[in-house]
Write a protein that binds this ligand. Structure first.
Ligand SMILES: NC(=O)c1ccc[n+]([C@@H]2O[C@H](COP(=O)([O-])OP(=O)(O)OC[C@H]3O[C@@H](n4cnc5c(N)ncnc54)[C@H](O)[C@@H]3O)[C@@H](O)[C@H]2O)c1
Length: 306
């Protein structure tokens, strides 16, 4: 099993480490920035005698080295620089996604592609368009991270283990995300049995703001520990054919009343990538919000020609 990670920045290198240490396959780490990927791969290799585990990690600045990959994670992208508008950032990252996806199409036409680069929903749509792959083979990591954040924030509020909480976020990976407070559970019991509706709304707001909270504290860059863990869970579900239900940005073809664009919904993941889209029984208000969010993603993508 060959797994390539394109982009050896904070998220990509940590994802490569987690994937290698989990023994999911031979890892190829790629970055355009000189020896960045190689330096990180050599460093990761040096840990093997200490960890007593001979995982295989290689690296290159030459994207052709993704040839024959079974699974490819795209974390290549730019962060917003001072003075840069969102649209400018979007255009820069879209051009990176385009060049990378054309290479994937040429050299790894059988791969399953996991997009991580932001803005996630638009980049996943675009990756699907550029590769021309079947929609089950291109997905985005975003709402599984948001769901983990929601669960963690609930656990902090109730002072219970994070692993006791089941929480889900759907929709776009951004401010339009929809944390599903009414469906959140603690060991099978609805969250609303433990705290008031107002408190749940407060936790929802904190979840939506979590990414920005982390960015503000870091001072430079954005989150990478939990994002890389979320990448590991998705790639593992695919590589090990786990048939696990994990939230992912997926192309919808009528599900949730949305047709022809990608947005975050629960998906069953296995060796074929997205093997089923799970349709939750949402109330009309949430359904409308999800559709509105999808329309916004589609409009932005269309306006910008992605
Ligand atoms: N979807 C999510 O939940 C989520 C979470 C965290 C970060 N992100 C996004 O992931 C991306 C990466 O984040 P990061 O913190 O690792 O950023 P980073 O700046 O640390 O790393 C990005 C890397 O991409 C490389 N790169 C740029 N163009 C490339 C190309 N054409 N080919 C190969 N490599 C290329 C850069 O050299 C850099 O090393 C960003 O777009 C970020 O917003 C998404």
């Amino acid at each position: 099993m060959k797994i390539s990670v394109i982009g050896a920045g904070n998220v990509g290198s940590l994802a490569a480490m987690r994937l290698a240490q989990e023994g999911l396959g031979d890892i190829m780490l790629i970055d355009v920035a000189g020896g960045l990927a190689l330096g990180k791969a050599l460093d990761l290799e040096d840990a093997r005698p200490i960890l007593k585990y001979n995982y295989n990690i290689k690296a290159s600045s030459d994207i052709d080295q993704i040839k024959g990959s079974d699974c490819i994670v795209i974390t290549a992208g730019l962060a917003r620089k001072p003075g840069m508008t969102r649209e400018e950032l979007l255009a820069k990252n879209a051009s990176i996604i385009k060049s990378v996806c054309l290479k994937i199409k040429e050299l790894a036409s059988g791969a399953i592609v996991v997009v991580v680069t932001n803005p996630l929903d638009i980049m996943t749509n675009y990756a699907l368009k550029v590769t021309g792959f079947r929609s089950n083979r291109v997905l985005g990591m975003g709402i599984s991270l948001d769901s983990a954040r929601f669960a963690n924030i609930i656990s902090g509020e109730l002072n219970i283990p994070a692993t006791d909480v089941e929480a889900m976020v759907i929709g776009s990976h951004g401010e339009g995300m929809l944390p599903l407070g009414k469906l959140a559970k603690v060991k099978g019991v609805l969250l609303e049995e433990f705290i008031t509706e107002e408190k749940i709304s407060d936790l929802v707001k904190r979840t939506i703001g979590r990414g920005a909270e982390i960015v503000a504290n870091l001072g430079t860059g954005s989150a990478f520990f939990a994002p890389s863990a979320a990448i590991l869970a998705i790639v593992k579900a695919i590589v090990k054919d786990e048939k696990k239900t994990i939230g992912a940005c997926a192309y919808l073809n009528g599900e949730y009343g949305i047709k022809g664009s990608c947005i975050g919904v629960p998906c069953r993941l296995g060796k074929n990538g997205i093997e089923a889209i799970i349709e939750l029984d949402l109330d009309q208000e949430l359904r409308n919000k999800l559709i509105a969010s999808s329309n916004l993603i589609r409009q932005t993508a269309e306006q910008l020609g992605y």
